[in-house]
Design a protein around this ligand. Structure first.
Ligand SMILES: Nc1ncnc2c1ncn2[C@@H]1O[C@H](COP(=O)(O)OP(=O)(O)OP(=O)(O)O)[C@@H](O)[C@H]1O
Ligand SMILES: C[C@H](N)[C@H](N)CCCCCC(=O)O
Ligand SMILES: [Mg+2]
Length: 253
């Protein structure tokens, strides 16, 4: 199996859609990397759908997003919440609309600054960084710009989480096509099953996707996350640790 020879220290995690399993997959990657002795952190720079905590204790309760909390729990180093999830909007809707409702505007420049800062902080702590997107690859930031524009500007390698259900072939090919059109590297892909009901002809679909990612992007299936899988240590390793820059655990602050 030929994986890219390059090793990465910062990778963007996208999905074929919202609820594709990006957070679930990112948690599993972080825990698995920790298990294999690599210090990697995950962030969720932009989240929509939040709840207030410490309402009874503070005049200014903090708004938190469940994806960001899951990633914080998986991370081997603890960051202040605002570092991990600087943009956290209340309504569980398209983030740029949620932002508008709070009198905020999103832009590629804003996201570029946030991602650059997260990358620098991770580097200072000698940790690798997985950045979870929101929604699918072309998540709008405003009427003109998308989160994909930011990933292109920062030239980040991408992991694609594919939700294995009918329609995923089209979604995966569209996502892959646009990532490659922008000249970005696909570091690998992950098959995810949020639904307890396995799709018909799962194996044929998986084989199609394996061939498509390999032929078009020289990218391999990194993890196959069957519905309900829990044991990170036992997740089948497909040689994917080759991709991740080895950052020995315990080097962080
Ligand atoms: N392999 C799996 N087994 C069981 N549950 C899963 C699996 N993958 C995802 N899920 C569940 O499916 C739901 C959607 O997954 P997840 O939150 O990871 O999606 P997402 O792509 O991160 O969505 P968003 O766009 O909101 O960030 C969650 O409740 C998650 O726990
Ligand atoms: C609220 C939800 N869980 C996601 N975080 C945001 C999904 C945005 C999707 C935008 C769209 O492509 O229509
Ligand atoms: Mg998520």
């Amino acid at each position: 199996m030929s994986l890219h020879k390059r090793k990465y220290d910062c990778i963007f995690v996208t999905g074929t859609d919202t609820d594709a399993g990006k957070t679930f997959a990112t948690e599993k990657l972080i825990k698995s990397l920790s298990y294999h002795g690599h210090t990697w952190l995950a962030t969720k720079p932009i989240a929509s759908g939040s709840r207030a905590i410490n309402e009874d204790k503070s005049e200014h309760p903090q708004k938190v997003n469940d994806d960001a909390l899951k990633l914080a729990n998986a991370n081997p180093l603890q960051w202040p919440y605002e570092w991990l999830n600087p943009l956290c909007f209340q309504q569980p809707i398209a983030p740029h609309i949620a932002a508008q409702q709070e009198g905020r505007e999103l832009s590629a420049a804003l996201l570029r600054n946030i991602l650059t800062e997260q990358k620098q902080r991770a580097q200072q702590q000698q940790a690798g960084l997985l950045i979870e997107g929101a929604g699918g690859w072309l998540l709008p930031l405003n009427q003109q710009e998308t989160l994909a524009d930011v990933i292109e500007q920062l030239n980040l390698p991408v992991i694609v989480v594919v939700r294995m259900q009918l329609g995923c072939l089209n979604h995966a090919l569209l996502t892959l096509t646009d990532i490659l059109r922008r000249g970005l590297i696909v570091a690998g892909w992950i098959a995810s099953e949020p639904s307890p009901q396995r799709m018909l002809n799962y194996t044929e679909n998986l084989e199609f996707l394996k061939a498509a990612f390999r032929q078009r992007a020289n990218a391999e299936l990194l993890l196959e996350l069957a519905h309900g899988c829990t044991d990170t240590a036992a997740i089948e390793q497909r040689g994917y640790t080759n991709l991740f820059k080895s950052v020995p655990a315990g080097n962080g602050v």
